[in-house]
Design a protein around this ligand. Structure first.
Ligand code: DAH
Length: 337
């Protein structure tokens, strides 16, 4: 019985198919199987009562063992046949194609967070604007030469596609009054011939802060705080006079070149400075258009070119890539979160 038991285990280990296992079953438990014959051929008459009892116990145990082992082997065979193919952990994962953020969105989101930390609201405006908000209320009357600087898309109904986010200034003043702090990021349109640095559709981020006794010092302080946060280091700024009908005085704000620290290099065209944004103190007429008393309140405004900033920050050589809709372009920027 010991031998049969050992042999059965060995045979079952060697059996790899259903047929092999069935053959083992027949060989041991079949009508002429080794275990069956063991009982058939036993000579009970030559055994004492105690011997017979012992034989019976051992035989039953062997038979149960054989049945269990064969059933287990059959079960193993079925489960491996049904099991899914094993997983190869070393294969690269499937790409689930998460979208990517557009570089303009990235810069816009970063700026929004910085301005929010300084107490600015984020406001939206209209792409389709009236002559009043885009021009008149910004001290640009109908025959003013400044209109020539902004090639406007006029609609048949007399409305226009806003040429700058400054169109939101008087809307915000009318709605919120003073004091107010807000930024207006958004898309602007101008009828420009398109080349590597000009687009007819681009993004600006306008800022407006109106309160008691706002001066150029406040403008410089806010700009320096914001620019240090974007560029992750202290920046040196300078103001040059600049003309815009809706600010007085108006400035061009430059930052000292971050590449050469003012020494002069190819990025700053050897000047040591990079022109970053136009700004100024809100013209009293603009405050009046917004129903804010210029004798009590003053403010500053600025118009940051978001498109230009994104190009600077990510070293994008051609403005046309931004609106190209080419996914290979966007895929170089972080995936959406
Ligand atoms: N709106 C002007 C433009 O698009 C930019 C600008 C200049 C905005 C001076 C301002 C400012 O807020 O103060 O050319």
């Amino acid at each position: 019985m010991q031998e049969i038991r050992a042999q059965l285990s060995e045979d079952l280990t060697a059996a790899t198919t259903d047929q092999d296992i069935e053959a083992v079953r027949v060989r041991y438990l079949g009508r002429k199987g080794a275990i069956t014959l063991l009982r058939k051929n036993a000579d009970f008459s030559a055994m004492s009562g105690a011997e017979r009892k012992r034989f019976g116990q051992q035989f039953n145990e062997l038979k149960r063992f054989a049945e269990q082992q064969i059933a287990a082997a059959q079960a193993r065979q079925t489960s491996t046949a049904l099991a899914p193919p094993s997983i190869d952990m070393t294969l690269p994962g499937l790409n689930n194609h998460l979208g990517h953020l557009h570089p303009i969105s990235l810069v816009q989101m970063e700026l929004e967070e910085i301005f929010q930390s300084l107490g600015f609201m984020i406001l939206d405006g209209y792409h389709v604007e009236t002559d009043f908000y885009n021009f008149e209320s910004l001290n640009i009357p109908r025959d003013h030469p400044a209109r020539d600087m902004q090639d406007t898309y006029w609609l048949k109904n007399g409305l226009l596609l806003r040429t700058h986010t400054s169109a939101n200034q008087v809307r915000a003043l009318e709605h919120y009054g003073a004091p107010v702090r807000a930024i207006f990021p958004g898309r602007c349109f101008r009828n420009e011939a398109i080349d590597p640095s000009h687009e007819n559709t681009f993004y600006q981020l306008e800022g407006l802060m109106v309160d008691r006794e706002i001066s150029v010092a406040n403008l410089i302080a806010v700009m320096r705080t914001v620019l240090a946060a974007i560029f992750h280091r202290e920046v040196t700024v300078r103001l040059r006079p600049g003309y815009f009908p809706f600010v007085e005085p108006g400035f061009e704000l430059d930052i000292q070149c971050l590449i050469c620290a003012g020494e002069g290099c190819s990025t700053c065209k050897k000047s040591g400075w990079i022109e970053l944004l136009p700004c100024g103190l809100v013209h009293p007429r603009v405050l009046e258009f917004g129903q804010v008393d210029p004798d009590r309140y003053s403010g500053f405004a600025f118009g940051l070119g978001l498109t230009r900033l994104a190009m600077m920050k990510y070293n994008i050589p051609d403005i046309r890539l931004l609106n190209s809709g080419d996914l290979r372009f966007c895929e170089q920027f972080p995936a959406a979160v």
